[in-house]
Unconditional design. Structure first.
Lengths: 342, 342
């Protein structure tokens, strides 16, 4: 009888226990972009076991995206059956609201307002959470990146626009309504460049991939500095073209980076006056320019700081820049959530 | 035997227990100013049982101030013997650092750097804590004032300068070094007015008692608007004079308030973009002007807000304005501390 029970137990463990015990717990990190939606299985240490992407299909409804997405996720899960145990779902998306679980009027998608957390309950009963991409990046840096030991820092994402995620005392700042951290829309110059938000002179019209492009065209118009950029039309010029030109020593392109950093450093001094962070971490496309943007931003920030903050605040490049940072950020979001609730 | 023990217990309670039970627990809130140092006994609900002040004597050392101060406090304690039980010490002071327990180079005092928490251990073994006056004001509003049910708000103190205390998720933001919340030194105009901090165009050179006075003199110089303020020399004109003139309908004085509010509202839009607070609370001398400053600040803030924040953020006058807000703030600081550590 005792023997019998033991056999049964061993059989049970063989089928369930051993297998569960040897399975690695992962979450699925999902990054919803205007063109592609990327997802990946990520463990607590930030190791990514699998990654794939599907086209977002801007013309489709949100329901259709999530149906296609969870079909792909469950297909991928099957490949790892017995090896990976999926324990949570983290989503990063533009205009996502952490409190409400919604995405509202995302740029480049015709969704209107969608309650994503409600929607994905059709496909998964796992713990799930959502936030905007810049907030996800900040938690990604905290769990897997350069902010591992930091409690107070700000992540600035320099993509097409400028996003930001603020961490105070180890926690992301959401504010009263979930929309805190819109540093891209602090004002540099109320008479300045037209912004997509309807106002003028927002920081992101200067410090972003699109901002540096506008600066290049302003410089081409206002100076006679020769530049290889003068042969490229407005619609075709990218921040990467400016980077490549700068790397070759193109004076006008170098000036673009200097102006971008000067404006960014100037406004980040205000951010330091609010939050006194240990570090400001630059993330996203334009941050890949490395020292072309990091060093001058640091210098201009220092020049503009109140004495009490001088020589204290680090300006760092994201440590996730070579990896799929968006998926890692979304994964970090749900890991962080599950740990704080545990 | 049993009877004997009961008697002893009753006697013990008569001497210690009953008395302790009927005594009201209070903390001493201390506000160190350049001219006077005020203190008061405040219970958990914000009732102040006693208040007094001594001259700070700027020429004396910190040690001498605290010796005189604690002598007065213990004298006052004796008056309330058996009625009040002192359980903590809260201190608000300019340039105080919460993390270090220090006051560093306070304006108008020749102290250098003083470790206040260490110093007062000579006089009291009670739990003690210190922070700058604006942070104390923020906690005062949270415990006893208009922010009682709020988790995310910003207090702006409009005194000689502009101070601020930021609350995120029910906790004061100190940042990496204890110096977060220096909104008075965010930049309105890098070519603007000379600030005491050595830089130019800081918000406090416009939005403060001293700022509105500078605005008055700028307007007297740049316009021909008749005004009763034109008879007062620079050294004598106070923000209160401008307030009284505005109340009488003096156009130039009214214009001063409008300009102050316009600049304050403009910069507070950046603060909202960082923190998305539920409310911004105006505190201190200039806030006593009530609707002359609150209403236009609210209007200009709205004009400058990113769409997602519009019609969400309250602009309120401090609820502590009629009471000794500085002592209440310092008292709230230590009550809050003791509760969070309990």
């Amino acid at each position: 009888m005792t023997k019998g029970i033991n056999f049964a137990l061993i059989n049970y463990l063989k089928i369930n226990g051993y297998r569960t015990m040897s399975r690695v717990e992962v979450v699925v990190g999902i990054d919803i972009g205007g063109t592609n939606t990327v997802f990946g299985f990520v463990d607590r240490k930030g190791n990514c076991y699998y990654e794939n992407s599907i086209p977002t299909k801007a013309e489709q409804k949100a329901e259709q995206l999530f149906e296609r997405l969870f079909f792909e996720i469950s297909k991928a899960q099957k490949k790892f059956e017995g090896k990976l145990a999926l324990v949570g779902v983290g989503i990063g998306a533009p205009n996502a609201n952490y409190y409400k679980g919604t995405i509202e009027n995302p740029p480049n998608l015709s969704w209107g307002k969608v309650n994503v957390l409600k929607l994905i309950k059709r496909y998964s009963s796992l713990p799930a959470t959502i936030t905007n991409d810049a907030n996800a990046a900040a938690i990604g840096e905290m769990l897997f990146g350069i902010a591992k030991k930091m409690k107070n820092f700000v992540v600035i994402t320099l993509g097409t626009g400028l996003g930001s995620g603020i961490v105070v005392d180890g926690k992301l700042v959401y504010g009263a309504d979930g929309f805190a951290g819109e540093l891209g829309h602090t004002i540099v110059d109320p008479e300045g460049r037209q912004c997509g938000c309807g106002r003028k002179g927002c920081l992101e019209t200067y410090a972003s991939a699109n901002g540096i492009k506008r600066t290049a065209f302003e410089l081409m118009a206002s100076t006679s500095t020769p530049s290889i950029l003068r042969s490229i039309p407005y619609e075709k010029l990218s921040a990467k073209d400016i980077y490549i030109a700068a790397k070759k020593g193109d004076k006008l392109a170098l000036e673009c980076f200097d102006i971008t950093a000067r404006i960014l450093g100037f406004k980040l001094a205000d951010t330091v006056a609010h939050l006194s962070p240990e570090a400001i971490i630059l993330f996203g496309g334009l941050a890949c320019a490395g020292d072309l943007i990091i060093q001058p931003t640091k210098r201009y920030l220092e020049e503009n700081l109140l004495n009490v903050f001088k020589n204290k605040v680090k300006v760092l490049q994201s440590a996730l820049i070579e990896r799929n940072s968006a998926v890692l950020g979304a994964a970090a979001l749900i890991w962080n959530e599950m740990e704080n609730k545990a």
